[in-house]
Design a protein around this ligand. Sequence first.
Ligand SMILES: [Zn+2]
Length: 224
Amino acid sequence: MEVMQNTLDLESLLILESDEGFLVGGSFGGETVEVKQSEAGLTCQCFIAKVSPDGECEHTRAVLEYLAHVPGEDDRPNLSQADADYYLSKLAELDAIQTGNEASMLHQKERIDLWFESESSKIQRRKDYYILALDNWMHLSEYSTKQLVNGTLKVRAQQPEIIVTDESAVVKDGRFTRVIPAKQSVDKASLRKHITTTGEEPEGVKVTMRPHKFSYTTNRKEEA
Ligand SMILES: [Zn+2]
């Protein structure tokens, strides 16, 4: 009886299909494994598949069995609500793993950033000594460009930086103003409304139909 149940699970619940391949549930509640499908055949990333001479494993065998038993897309049983709920719980599990990975990544990234910042500032301070000495040398020698064996030095005068701190005061002054002509622009909301109600594609507009968007939320509690 137990064996029958397992076979049924393989067909209806524990193998998911996409254009890329299959997601195969591990035996005895183990982790699911992706079996990729290509022209070369089925490839599994699991350890057994890597060490076995023909690349075969329980997952590729399960997919072959699944394909042998469920040939036509029309014949496939629809998901039950319980299956859908189970899949949603699997999404919640994967979300939790991803959140954990992200936290770990951010933690390590923080340490890397800190190391990089501290090393960079040390290097920058050393560079500043050389830069100051060379800048002074260029100035005292009255060079604007100097080619040396190890590179080229350049000194260039810069335009002053101008920031308007009080626009109304400058406008009131009157000497530095200009008139900006009124500009016609596209009203996207009315354009969308017109297209969705009439189906017309006005000149200068390209309408692309998009597939519906699937989303989910899970009841997973965020770990602090
Ligand atoms: Zn495998």
